[in-house]
Ligand binder design. Sequence first.
Ligand SMILES: Cc1cc2nc3c(=O)[nH]c(=O)nc-3n(C[C@H](O)[C@H](O)[C@H](O)COP(=O)(O)O)c2cc1C
Length: 376
Amino acid sequence: MTQLKQHPKQQELIKFAYWVPNVSGGLVVSNIEQRTDWSYDYNVKLAQTAEKNGFEYALTQIRFTAGYGAENQHESVSFSHALLAKTDKLKVIAAILPGPWKPALAAKQLATIDYLTEGRIAINVVSGWFKGEFDAIGEVWPEHDERYVRSEEFIRTLKGIWTTDNYSFDGKYYTFKEYTLKPKPLQKPHIEVFQGGSSRAARDMASRVSDWYFTNGNTPEEIKKQVDDIREKAKQNNHQVKIGVNAFIIARDTEEEAKAVLQEIIDKANVEAVNAFGDATREAGAASKEGEGNWAKSTFEDLVQYNDGFKTNLIGTPEQIAKRIVELKSIGVDLILSAFLHFIEEVEYFGEKVLPLVRELERKSENQQQITAKSA
Ligand SMILES: Cc1cc2nc3c(=O)[nH]c(=O)nc-3n(C[C@H](O)[C@H](O)[C@H](O)COP(=O)(O)O)c2cc1C
């Protein structure tokens, strides 16, 4: 009988994930040298390096076509499984798009992977932002908020199938009649469900059904607004949701070096690809009724990292970055989703130089809280 592998309990510590470079071109749309590769061999080495260096999660991306220089894309679920086969502790979050994926197949496929990997698969339900991609593969393209209606049904049905026998659901997009999935996933109560997107519709969905809310990079002030908003609504819905924030990390021995790398990335931006990406994103956050979702306010420079990762400003010395990470934690962020220019070497540097400082600051702040609590 396969046993569920226990994940180390680190509830009180901020968690780290990294973007799997399963698409070509790295995580910045720039002609700067990137010692990052989308091949399987590179990704296996990266995953093994990451789990040794304190990363608990990896996130694979799903793309069927791409307009921002990521010409080649390995499929997310099979790639995630292949990385899980070569690692021990890492959890891999596979991005899934409702539309191409149907919940019956996704539930079954993921439950099997859960068994084969001792409970280390998770998913990121992404609602789609690129109409050209959906047109190319013959999928219908519901308008912005409707995509979230479908995603919410997708998540509800997955969780229903994973936890309930004789499961029935009569929704707008999906129907189940007394369906029993066997075996159910190993992870209890079910496989973790992340979601990506920041619009009103995305936040409302997170506050009702998702286990994790992933958002694009942003300033602590803007992230705090999202965290407060989602947590307040989740409380009303009697639901708990954790928060993950994207950041492109440039950690160097001096602040000048780190800033110079950022400048070089931007100076060497692939202007045509960034602009094409910017045009495609108008179907996303800006298309939502309130116009507040991902990329709604992104500048050209922001878009060079395609999930606004520079805005989070984890760019500087290990000390500066550790301090900013702990600030993010203090406003309610549970996880940093990181990307790097030269993934393997920088994940190692992060594990050796930045992470110990983060843990030290967390310990200090915990001690401080205990002293304050005692003297109150
Ligand atoms: C962390 C993160 C990861 C994402 N990964 C993918 C992906 O792999 N594939 C994809 O098509 N969209 C991906 N998206 C895009 C979202 O699903 C969504 O379409 C986009 O953020 C716009 O959402 P909004 O209009 O609700 O803000 C991701 C978004 C975030 C924040």
